[in-house]
Design a protein around this ligand. Structure first.
Ligand code: IMP
Length: 430
């Protein structure tokens, strides 16, 4: 059975939660391999809406083991809040496992994330303020705190002391904030240690063994291709590896074991936070997409920036991730438009670019070149096969498919689990 990676093709919020949930019942393990509680998945099951930030969405599928991999950064208070909230609604969370090598978000990194953004003013990145960036920075600087450190108190204390020695200087001397006490941090981290202990495993070993035993493993990326720290619109990115390759470093499963890569592409584009976005709309059409698509952040509640679909971005996602299948989500949001613009290339200072420009400055100055496809008026939410769709909706999907260079296997026509058209099995069975 396959190892499948699921990634966002754009700037996040493409509806990955729904795709994971669709696969959920056929999948034995769902692995979150990057990011932390900056993510936000909204999943609708049997009319009930669930907003998850840190937990892999597989937590909602009975029989599936949710895994938090080593590439994730964990805010323990948030983890247990989410677990408690799900348990209160009768969801079984007992299968959850957490990598001993995952890093923890200590309270000082939440503070630093927020004050750094404030300090940057107009140059801010628009982070979620959850401490994600500073925690990954600590990981790379080798001063991070890992899950396993919770179980050796003297090591934990040494690490917290070493980190605070520097962080408190920064907080007090640069940002004029109060210094944070070692004990305060120890208490917050240790508060959850015993509850976490039975969940802590060597996730790399667990997953490799599962694949040896022919289990199906789904690796679910947080954020998306253009928010990836290496391949995204740097510096307006998150601080982790959100592309398919990140599934390997973030879980301990080698690249030779990955069988399929599914990318989620919303039928239009959205972005939260700052950074370039060539097809962004600042007019009534942008407002139409935001309202019709309910484009408000799951994590921060911020209104999302909205624009037309960008197939330069889609093509890039295909290349960077090695996409085998696309899921196009929210096609229903485009119903009722006279014409649907599709960005096919960019104009940068009079030069046509069919691929993502190499430099950040060029991308900032890219203006979209559109192809205008005829729209459709029919309600498509009840369509369950590709042939059920109005001809212009089919043309739209087929043209996008041609431009992004990989097959569109599934199409979302509404928020519910069943409001879906499956053209090809996402598990690669046809
Ligand atoms: P951070 O991940 O909080 O450091 O934020 C960095 C950038 O990534 C900001 O522009 C955020 O808005 C964006 N971002 C982080 N997580 C998500 C997500 O799940 N969906 C969309 N954007 C996100």
């Amino acid at each position: 059975m396959p190892a499948i990676v699921l990634v966002g093709a754009q700037w996040g919020d493409e509806g990955k939660g729904k795709a994971t949930d669709l696969l959920g019942s056929s999948v034995d393990y769902v692995v979150k391999f990057n990011g932390g509680n900056n993510a936000g998945h909204t999943i609708v099951v049997d009319g009930e809406k669930y907003a998850l930030h840190l937990l892999p969405s597989g937590i909602l599928s009975p029989g599936c083991t949710p895994v938090i991999g080593n590439g994730v950064v964990i805010d323990l208070a948030v983890l247990f809040q989410e677990i408690d909230a799900l348990q209160a609604r009768g969801i079984d969370t007992s299968r959850l496992v957490v990598s001993a090598n995952a890093h923890l978000i200590p309270p000082y990194n939440r503070v630093l994330d927020k004050v750094t953004e404030r300090f940057l003013g107009s140059r801010r990145l628009g982070t979620t303020g959850r401490g994600i960036g500073p925690t990954y920075a600590d990981k790379m600087s080798r001063v991070g705190i890992r899950v396993q450190d919770l179980y050796d108190e003297s090591i934990l204390r040494q690490k917290v002391e070493a980190a605070l020695e520097v962080k408190n200087q920064v907080l007090a001397k640069i940002y004029n904030r109060r210094a944070i006490e070692v004990q305060e941090v120890m208490d917050e981290l240790l508060k959850h240690a015993e509850r976490l202990r039975p969940m802590v495993v060597d996730t790399g070993l667990l997953l490799s063994t599962a694949l040896d035993e022919d289990k199906t493993v789904l690796f679910e990326a947080g954020q998306a291709t253009l928010l990836d720290v290496d391949h995204g619109t740097y510096p307006f990115v998150t601080s982790s590896s959100a592309v398919a390759a990140g599934a390997c470093t973030g879980s301990g499963v080698p690249p030779t074991r990955i069988d399929r890569v599914i990318a989620i592409l919303k039928a239009y584009s959205t972005r939260v936070g700052e950074g370039p976005f060539p097809t962004e709309l600042h007019d009534d059409m942008g407002e139409f997409l935001r309202k019709t698509g309910a484009e408000y952040g799951t994590t921060t509640g911020r209104p999302r920036r909205c624009g037309w679909v960008d197939t330069v971005v889609g093509r890039y996602a295909t290349r960077i991730n090695g996409v085998t299948d696309f899921v196009v989500t929210k096609l229903d949001v485009l119903t009722g438009l006279e014409q649907v613009p599709v960005c096919v290339a960019y104009d940068v200072a009079g030069v046509r670019h069919d691929e993502m420009p190499m430099s950040q400055s060029d991308f900032h100055h890219a203006t979209p070149i559109y192809e205008y496809l005829p729209g459709w008026w029919e309600d498509i939410s009840a369509c369950r096969t590709f042939e059920d769709l109005p001809v212009n909706a089919r043309r739209y999907v087929e043209r996008v498919e041609e431009l992004i260079g990989a097959r569109v296997s599934t199409i979302g026509v509404g928020p519910g689990r069943d409001e879906t058209i499956e053209r090809h099995s996402l598990l690669g069975l046809d």
